[in-house]
Design a protein. Structure first.
Length: 446
C-alpha cells in the first residue's frame, strides 16, 4: 500500500470525524480492511466518493448516527456478511433512523443460489468483482435512489394519516406531491389523475385563490421567507376557511429549491371569529350596526369621499312617540317596532350606505354617492312610504311615523361631528313643527 494515498486505514473514531468535516462529496463506508479490494479499483471509486474503511461495525454505526447526510452507502464483503449471520444488518434494523441506508455487498466469487438470502435480509445490491467501474457507480446510485424512494414513500404514507394536507412544490411552483386531494380541485376524482407537475391555476376550481397562491409562491421563492394566511373557499356550495402555512425548502448551497406547506381546515374557528366580530359591531335587536361601529364606518366613509370629491348625506331618525308605544302595547311590541324599522332600513339602503341604531329609538343612515338634495329627498320619501305600509303588530291601532333630519357632505360639514350636528339640528326643527316629517339642514337653523 502506498503511503501517499488520500485515505489511511482509520481506526480512531475521533480521527474519522476530523477528516469527515473536510469532505464535500458523499462517502462510502467500508466494513473491513482496505487491502481486500484492488488498488486501481479503489482509485476509480475515489473519483466519485470519499472512501473510509473500518473493521469495527459499531464504529461504522456511530459514524452513520453522527454524519448520516454525508454518507452515500455502507459497503461490506458478501462472505463476511453471511458468515456473521448478517449481524450488521440486524443492528441497522433495530433503529428506524437507518432505514434509508443502502448496504451494498461486494463479492469476488460467482454467486450461488443461497446468496439471495442476503437480499432478503436487507442488502440493497450484490456486485460481483471485477466489474466495470461505470456499472458499479450506476448500481450504487440506483441503490441509493431506491432507498430514498422507499423512505419517501413511507413518509408520504404516514403523512396521509394526518387530517391536515401537506404538499411540496418545486422551484417553479409546481406540485411534487400532496398528502390529500381535497374537493377544491378539478378532476381530482378522475382515475389515474395526479397533482404532480401541475400549478394551482391548472387544478383549483377557485381561480381567484389559485392566482393568490401563485403570487404568494413567487414572493416566497424570491425572498426565501415563509408566510401564513387564511383563504375563504366556496367550492361546491360549501363555505370553508383554510389556513396555509408555507415555508421555503433550501438545497445544500442555501438556494430556495421549493416550498413545503401545511393546509389546516380552520372553518370552525374563523366562523366563530366572524360571529364574535359581528356581535361586537351589530345591534342584536335590529341587525344594524351599533353606535360605535356606525360612527367608525361613517368617519371612514367621509374621509374616503373627501379624497375622491364625492358628495354624501347623513340622516338622523327618531321614532315618533315611541314611549307611548312601549307604555300602551308593552316592550315586546316596542321591540317589534324597532326590529321592523331595522328591516325597512336594510331594504331601502343597501350597498355602500351605512345604517345603524345609535340609541333606544334613534337611527342614523349615511348615504354614499349623493348627487344633490333632490336625491336625498327622494330616498327619504322612499323610506316614509315604506313606513306607511309597514305592519309591526296587529295589536297596534295607529301607524308608526318617523322624524328625520338630514345634512349634506361637504355642504353642511366635511367632518363627522359637524355633519352630525347639522343633521341633528334639522331633526330638532322637524320635532318642533310636529314630527312625522323630514327636513334637510339649512343655515337658518343655526
Amino acid at each position: 500500500m502506498k503511503e501517499d494515498r488520500k485515505t489511511d486505514i482509520v481506526k480512531d473514531l475521533d480521527v474519522i470525524y476530523n477528516i469527515y468535516e473536510e469532505m464535500n462529496r458523499k462517502r462510502l463506508l467500508f466494513i473491513g480492511k482496505e487491502n481486500y479490494l484492488n488498488e486501481d479499483f479503489l482509485k476509480q471509486l475515489e473519483e466519485s466518493f470519499e472512501l473510509f474503511f473500518c473493521e469495527d461495525e459499531d464504529k461504522i454505526i456511530s459514524v452513520l448516527r453522527n454524519e448520516r447526510e454525508k454518507t452515500a452507502a455502507v459497503v461490506t464483503d458478501l462472505d463476511h456478511c453471511e458468515n456473521s449471520d448478517y449481524a450488521f444488518l440486524k443492528k441497522l434494523d433495530l433503529d428506524p433512523f437507518y432505514a434509508d441506508v443502502p448496504v451494498i455487498a461486494f463479492s469476488k466469487r460467482e454467486l450461488k443460489k443461497e446468496d439471495s438470502e442476503a437480499i432478503e435480509r436487507g442488502v440493497s445490491d450484490i456486485i460481483v468483482l471485477p466489474c466495470e467501474i461505470k456499472l458499479v457507480l450506476r448500481r450504487i446510485s440506483n441503490a441509493v435512489r431506491s432507498k430514498d424512494s422507499l423512505t419517501f414513500s413511507e413518509i408520504e404514507k404516514m403523512l396521509k394519516q394526518l387530517p391536515s394536507n401537506i404538499y411540496l412544490k418545486d422551484k417553479e411552483g409546481r406540485y411534487v406531491f400532496a398528502t390529500h386531494y381535497w374537493h377544491h380541485l378539478e378532476h381530482a376524482q378522475d382515475p389515474g389523475w395526479t397533482i404532480r407537475g401541475k400549478t394551482d391555476v391548472e387544478i383549483r376550481k377557485d381561480k381567484e385563490n389559485a392566482l393568490k397562491a401563485m403570487e404568494s409562491d413567487k414572493v416566497l421563492l424570491r425572498t426565501g421567507k415563509g408566510t401564513t394566511y387564511v383563504i375563504e373557499e366556496k367550492a361546491d356550495g360549501m363555505r370553508e376557511y383554510l389556513e396555509l402555512i408555507k415555508e421555503p425548502v433550501f438545497d445544500d448551497e442555501g438556494n430556495v429549491s421549493g416550498i413545503i406547506s401545511l393546509i389546516n381546515d380552520v372553518t370552525e374557528k374563523e366562523l366563530l371569529k366572524l360571529e364574535l366580530e359581528k356581535k361586537s359591531t351589530t345591534d342584536q335587536l335590529t341587525g344594524l350596526y351599533n353606535r360605535a361601529a356606525t360612527q367608525d364606518l361613517i368617519m371612514k366613509a367621509i374621509e374616503e369621499d373627501r379624497k375622491h370629491g364625492r358628495r354624501s348625506a347623513m340622516m338622523m331618525i327618531d321614532v315618533d312617540h315611541f314611549k307611548f308605544i312601549n307604555d300602551t302595547y308593552g316592550h315586546d311590541v316596542g321591540d317589534k317596532v324597532l326590529a321592523g324599522i331595522g328591516e325597512l332600513l336594510h331594504e331601502c339602503f343597501k350597498g355602500m350606505d351605512v345604517c345603524g341604531r345609535i340609541g333606544g329609538d334613534e337611527f342614523t343612515v349615511f348615504l354614499r354617492g349623493i348627487e344633490n338634495e333632490e336625491t336625498v329627498e327622494k330616498l327619504i320619501g322612499h323610506l316614509e312610504d315604506g313606513m306607511k305600509e309597514k305592519i309591526f303588530d296587529d295589536r297596534m291601532k295607529q301607524n308608526v311615523t318617523l322624524s328625520i333630519g338630514a345634512a349634506i357632505c361637504p355642504d353642511h360639514g366635511d367632518e363627522f361631528e359637524k355633519l352630525y350636528s347639522a343633521a341633528d339640528r334639522a331633526l330638532y326643527q322637524v320635532k318642533k313643527k310636529g314630527r312625522a316629517s323630514h327636513l334637510i339642514y339649512n343655515d337658518s337653523m343655526e
